[in-house]
Design a protein around this ligand. Structure first.
Ligand code: F6R
Length: 607
């Protein structure tokens, strides 16, 4: 939520900041702005809307800026509507800041500052930080930052400019992420490394309550007692191509096509001698044998991956699994004991609710395992054990390849737990692993002929509302299909356990209403077919996703989508691809902004 950047160097920085902000637009696109040192002033240009529609237009009107340092922001609005005035950077001419996070005690600070004569223009919490920094500033920026962060409560990553300290920027963070990039004669700050990959792969991770004082020649880090601290330089292993569209119309489509590769990268390092190996993170067989319960916790698609995991682990390993939405888990006093394993699943590794769930589990004394895509993210660092999904950067707000590899991890976990608990023998485990290794090829085959998805999409595009139905693993998967569609095409949809329809929801079916039935589970197929007939006879138009060779009774399905077959247990990994592509093409046909769905941001760092 919100992306921040900063640059100090020798180059004119306007384009550098704007390009870096574009890479962070997935974090929010309600407004964008930059502030730069122009002469002896801090010059700010900001505008409501996406960068190309707002900030870039305004910058064009302002004319070329010659500044060589500045800060920038792309916003996901929390306090105050999206508007020019609520956009960042925010300041008063002496101090200017960009902020990612939420200041919880801003009202109290605002009242205090008003009593000291400060005026406020915006409705943002951020303005109180800018004014508080100004109030606390008596010539030394580090002192002002230390005093300010000791007074504010909440989450923040801040990029700060003081007019008196030309061509320096300052940064501090708590809970929201921030990195300091190291170039040759130039330095950067950014909410994540993708923003600066075209300039450098070297960066420092700013830790909680560390302050950075950045000039073009380097950075000095301080703790809150003003002691200088040494930090280890990190090297990003993502390359710039991974953060570019590479000829695809949208990041989402590119990321769907990248799934076979992401799967291989994630699965292969965890296979040794044909069996699953988790030694990289210390998750021993002994531990896995003894956990009383396994909790799978995440938000949105990550939680949906956990839902598939529950079916798999309980089915194969006969071990109790609780799937939780992180925002519920953190407040519902879960019955955790030190004998449980809590697995938190997150692409970004920064999702506020998932982070809080992890901290709760850590405090309870149970083992925690993070399955995370972004290396060095807070969740990755705070969990007792971490394993990375190696999908590379996921830029589209709508998750595809990250969901795919999170789900693949659920398979690895299920196979491993089942094996160490003696529920499957070595031969069966090896057979499962070997079939898992064939999935990337099958996923690839799903993307070879796109017409069938385009055809289904053309039949969905005018719908007001639709249902996804499935049983067993297909039900778990249909939740993800439904989320994809509503998220990017803005058509209302729900996912339902097919057997549950008769208990209320079937009353919604009316002439022409689309129903997407996921029907890949052989044992449940006859029952699914009966459920489909029930909706069909009430006027539904049915699309069925099923494996090649499935025999469908005549007149039951309007649009069948056939996908490569694998054993039933593994079908969700293949069947998710048509669901992603149907959502994608429906959104394209409806002329939606696929990579930037309205009201959303990629990394939900606020509650
Ligand atoms: C949906 C989507 C979201 C995320 C959720 C969790 O397409 O992308 O539902 O899955 O916000 O995000 P992470 O995985 O970063 O914790």
């Amino acid at each position: 939520m919100c992306g921040i950047v900063g640059y100090v160097g020798n180059e004119a920085c306007e384009k550098i900041l704007v390009n870096a902000l574009k890479k962070l637009e997935y974090r929010g696109y309600d407004s964008a702005g930059i502030a730069v040192f122009e002469g002896d002033r801090i010059k700010t240009v900001k505008a409501k809307g996406k960068i190309d529609e707002g900030l870039a237009v305004k910058l064009g009107e302002v004319g070329e800026l010659t500044a060589v340092s500045g800060i920038g922001h792309t916003r996901w609005a929390t306090h105050g509507e999206p508007s020019d005035i609520n956009s960042h950077p925010i300041g008063n001419g002496r101090v200017s800041i960009v902020h990612n996070g939420i200041i919880e005690n801003y009202r109290k600070i605002k009242e205090y500052l008003i009593s000291k004569g400060y005026g406020f223009e915006s409705e943002t919490d951020t303005e109180t930080v800018a004014k508080l920094l100004d109030y606390n500033y008596a010539g030394n920026p580090i002192d002002a930052v230390i005093s300010t962060v000791s007074e504010i409560e909440g989450a923040y990553a801040l990029g700060i400019m003081f007019r008196d300290f030309k061509n320096k920027i300052f940064a501090v963070r708590k809970e929201s992420p921030l990195i300091v990039g190291v170039g040759k004669g130039e330095m950067f700050i950014a909410s994540d490394v993708t923003a600066i990959l075209e300039h450098t792969k070297e960066y420092y991770l700013l830790e909680e309550n560390e302050i950075a004082e950045i000039s073009k020649d380097g950075v000095v880090f301080y703790d809150l007692h003003k002691n200088e601290i040494e930090k280890e330089l990190q090297i990003a292993d993502w390359d710039i191509a991974a953060a570019e569209k590479g000829g695809f119309k949208h990041f989402m489509l590119k990321e769907i096509f990248e799934q076979p590769d992401s799967l291989k990268k994630t699965i292969l390092p965890r296979i040794k001698n044909g069996l699953v190996d988790f030694s990289e993170c210390g998750l021993t067989d002994e531990k896995l044998k003894n956990y009383k319960h396994i909790y799978l916790v995440g938000c949105g698609s990550a939680m949906h991956a956990g839902t598939v995991g529950k079916y798999l682990i309980e089915g194969l390993a006969r071990t109790p699994v609780i799937v939780d939405i992180a925002s519920e888990f953190r407040y519902r006093s879960p019955l955790l004991t030190a004998e449980d394993l809590v697995v938190v699943i997150s692409q970004s590794g920064e999702t506020a609710d998932t982070k809080a769930a992890l901290h709760l589990a850590n405090d309870t004394g149970c083992d925690t395992l993070a399955i995370v895509n972004v290396v060095g993210s807070t969740i990755a660092r705070d969990a007792k054990m971490v394993m990375y999904t190696l999908a590379g950067p996921e830029i589209s707000v709508c998750s595809t390849k990250a969901y795919m590899v999170q789900t693949a991890f659920m398979y690895l976990l299920a196979f491993k737990v089942a094996f160490v608990r003696g529920r499957i023998d070595e031969a069966e485990c090896k057979a499962l692993v070997s079939e898992l290794l064939e999935i990337p090829e099958k996923v690839k085959r799903c993307t070879e002929s796109l017409e069938q998805y385009q055809y289904v999409a053309s039949n969905l595009m005018s719908a007001q509302s639709l249902l996804y139905i499935g049983r067993g693993l297909d039900y778990a998967l249909s939740m993800e299909g439904s989320l994809k569609l509503k998220e990017i095409s803005y058509i209302h949809s729900e996912s339902y356990a097919a057997g549950e329809l008769k208990h209320g929801t079937i009353s919604l079916i009316e002439e022409g209403m689309p129903v997407i039935a996921v029907a890949t589970q052989t044992e449940l197929f006859a029952k699914m077919q009966s459920n489909i007939k029930e909706v069909k006879s009430r006027g539904a138009k049915v699309c069925m996703v099923c494996s090649e060779g499935t025999v469908i009774e005549e007149g039951v399905v309007d649009y069948p989508v056939f996908i490569p077959k694998t054993r039933d247990l593994l079908m969700p990994l293949v069947a998710v691809v048509p669901l992603q592509l149907i959502a994608y093409y429906t959104a394209v046909l409806r002329d939606c902004d696929v990579d930037h769905p309205k009201n959303l941001a990629k990394s939900v760092t606020v509650e």
